[in-house]
Ligand binder design. Structure first.
Ligand SMILES: C[S@@+](CC[C@H](N)C(=O)[O-])C[C@H]1O[C@@H](n2cnc3c(N)ncnc32)[C@H](O)[C@@H]1O
Length: 243
């Protein structure tokens, strides 16, 4: 048992600062998802603080969520409209809701927060169970680039100010397709560490998991603006539908 098997870890460490971070503008994702929702209902896996779900619900769609962290959901509840979105507190791999949903989505690389291949496969299987006939499952994820983790490690400088410095150190396990990251802040109070892990996979591996769950890839783009996906793409937006 590792700390990364606890799906609540992320929220306990990050909820307080999550919305202050440099998170992407949800606008393009919301336009894309609203276009596929066909009136809903819609389910977001790992809904977090509602970055995408709240503006999507503002379009008049019925949106529900699943989220492992009560701390993240409390942040959403405090925002306008956040109290109206039903959220099942639980593990997205189990998809503890019944549906059916016209659209299910999992954005911002969060599939990779499931740190085991078999839990990612469970997630696809359980999404297939709650998708309406003809419905869509949309996944946004980065394309792993081994050049980023030369010698199985990576160092990133995140912030340097007059009062503090924050770096990220990564250790990669290529066989398991997993990395552990420590985000380390040095300030006058001392040294603060925040552990995090991901099990990354390549788009074709994701398609295979989807296929085993009875879902097939129908569209893939490099970004939410539907730019074509190609071998240089750093990210992908993939749309899966029941076979
Ligand atoms: C990077 S945040 C993304 C939040 C939101 N989807 C967004 O785009 O802003 C990752 C979220 O996944 C949640 N999470 C991580 N593992 C989870 C799991 N196994 N089941 C449900 N939620 C999980 C975390 O608590 C956190 O809210």
């Amino acid at each position: 048992m590792s700390i990364f098997d606890d799906p609540g870890l992320f929220g306990r460490l990050w909820a307080a600062d999550y919305d202050a971070g440099a998170n992407p503008d949800p606008g393009p994702a919301v336009d894309f998802l609203a276009g596929l929702a066909e009136g809903g209902p819609v389910l977001e896996l790992a809904i977090g603080t509602g970055r995408v779900a709240l503006p999507l619900a503002e379009r008049g769609l019925v949106v529900e969520g699943i989220e492992a962290s009560k701390e993240m959901v409390a942040r959403m509840r405090a925002k306008p409209g956040g109290a109206q979105i039903p959220v099942a507190i639980g593990d997205m791999a189990d998809v503890p809701v019944t549906g059916p949903f016209r659209l299910v989505y999992l954005v911002f690389n969060t599939l990779f927060n499931l740190v085991d291949a078999h839990r990612q496969a469970d997630c696809f299987r359980n999404v297939a169970r709650v998708l309406a006939p003809g419905g869509a499952f949309v996944v946004e994820a980065f394309v792993p680039d081994p050049a980023d983790f030369d010698r199985d490690e990576q160092v990133q400088v995140r912030a340097v100010t007059e009062d503090s410095a924050t770096i990220r150190l990564h250790r990669y396990d290529r066989a398991a397709q997993r990395f552990i990251r420590q985000t380390i802040t040095f300030d006058s109070q001392g040294v603060h560490v925040k552990p995090f892990a991901m099990r990354y996979c390549w788009p074709d591996q994701m398609d295979e998991m989807a296929g085993q769950a009875g879902l097939r890839l129908t569209e893939r783009y490099a970004d939410w603006h539907r730019r074509p996906f190609d071998t240089d793409s750093k990210d992908h937006i993939s749309v899966y539908r029941p076979m």
